[in-house]
Design a protein around this ligand. Structure first.
Ligand code: NAD
Ligand code: UDP
Length: 338
């Protein structure tokens, strides 16, 4: 099938491009390069030996989207990655987040309908589970968010659910990602955050490379085995393969499904630090500091629905995640140099 990847030059989009091309599909990416570089898709072509065209444009702009549908022939399905994703920034600039993350979906849905494209996979997030205490998190648990970013995902889920109910042709899969880390094993594509990273693994990579002098571990008094926060880290290549399975599922099923993409395992901040040190033969200086406001103690997924509907499960372990993250950072200390 031919798949449009909005936000396809980004971290998850570029890895999904590789997985789709390797599975024999065609892709075209639309990205405004706000948080990415065209180099990512050049490297996707280098890894796969296949074409990964990029249209530089904005998903909130109907003209830009129509151009893709006009130029690239019939598009069978879309994966909608495009969005702003920094939780802290969304608290400072809520309007930018609501505008970009919602308008892009409205415009995309309109243009898809104009061109007879009916299948959509959406990048949602485990953040929509809010402060649920019961683990593992199952897709039918109550939702609610703690940041404008989270609410944009929650609202998108609602919009897409309502549209799927109103249009019997529409096929929607809402993927709730847990914590994607790692990089393609070639070390050619990976996560390239601007400025000081907010997320744990990119921060650790910059400490390991000497760019930052130590890691702050946010809290050691959580009700977890070692007191530090527990998350469900998933290798980005497993996540990418989950998208291929979700697209293939969507093509054959009208309506809407919500599916978690995680490993179902929780690891603490110190588990990550120690595994990273062991696998890569490095020392990571760290200090315990106060909890980060808004953080939950524990968050991990129930993966039974993904296995049942998509016949997909994550295959790569924490060692591979830590090795591949560092392999990317080590060979690309300036990221893509954007
Ligand atoms: P990313 O920032 O690397 O990729 C998003 C891409 O979208 C970027 O290349 C950016 O330039 C582009 N973009 C943003 N607004 C756009 C617009 N209006 N038009 C065109 N392009 C636009 O982020 P990522 O980590 O690859 O995340 C992809 C998606 O998955 C996002 O929607 C994000 O919210 C969601 N998600 C990410 C994580 C995570 O931890 N990385 C977790 C859960 C959900
Ligand atoms: N974390 C940390 N130091 C950092 C960044 C994150 O201790 O510099 C912790 C954070 O408190 C959480 C875990 O690492 O327990 C994962 O945080 P991240 O921001 O990567 O993901 P999220 O909180 O969105 O799940």
């Amino acid at each position: 099938m031919k798949v449009l990847l909005t936000g396809g030059a980004g971290f998850i989009g570029s890895h999904t491009a590789v997985a789709l091309l390797e599975a024999g599909h065609e892709i075209v990416a639309l990205d405004n390069l706000y948080n990415s570089s065209p180099e990512a898709l050049k490297r996707v072509e280098e890894i796969t030996g296949k074409k990964a065209p990029l249209v530089v444009g904005d998903c909130t702009d109907e003209k830009d989207l129509r151009k893709v549908f006009e130029q690239y022939g019939h598009i069978d399905a879309v994966v909608h990655f495009a969005g702003l994703k920094a939780v802290g920034e969304s608290v400072q600039k809520p309007l930018d987040y609501y505008q970009n993350n919602l308008d892009s979906t409205f415009t995309l849905l309109r243009v898809m309908r104009m061109y007879g494209c009916h299948a959509l996979v959406f990048s949602s997030s485990a953040t929509v589970y809010g402060t649920n205490q019961e683990m593992p998190l199952r897709e039918d648990f109550p939702t609610g968010c703690t940041s404008p970013y989270g609410w944009t995902k929650w609202m998108n889920e609602q919009v897409l659910t309502d549209c799927a109910h109103a249009d019997e042709k529409l096929k929607v899969v809402l993927l709730r990602y847990f914590n994607p880390i790692g990089a393609h094993e070639s070390g050619r594509i990976g996560e390239d955050p601007a400025g000081i990273p907010n997320n744990l693994m990119p921060f650790i990579c910059q400490v390991a490379s000497g760019k930052l002098d130590h890691l702050n571990v946010f809290g050691s008094d959580y009700p977890t085995p070692d007191g530090t926060g527990v998350r469900d880290y998933i290798h980005v290549c497993d996540l990418a393969e989950g998208h291929v399975a979700a697209l293939e599922y969507a093509m054959g099923h009208a309506g809407v499904e919500i599916i978690n993409l995680g490993t179902g395992e929780g690891y603490s901040v110190l588990d990550i630090v120690h595994t990273f040190e062991r696998v890569n033969g490095l020392k990571l200086p760290y200090q315990i500091t106060a909890r980060r406001p808004g953080d939950v103690a524990i968050c991990y997924s129930d993966v039974t629905k993904a296995e049942r509907l998509l016949h997909w499960h994550a295959k790569r372990n924490l060692e591979a995640m830590c090795r591949d993250s560092w392999n990317w950072q080590k060979h690309n200390p300036q990221g893509y140099g954007k």
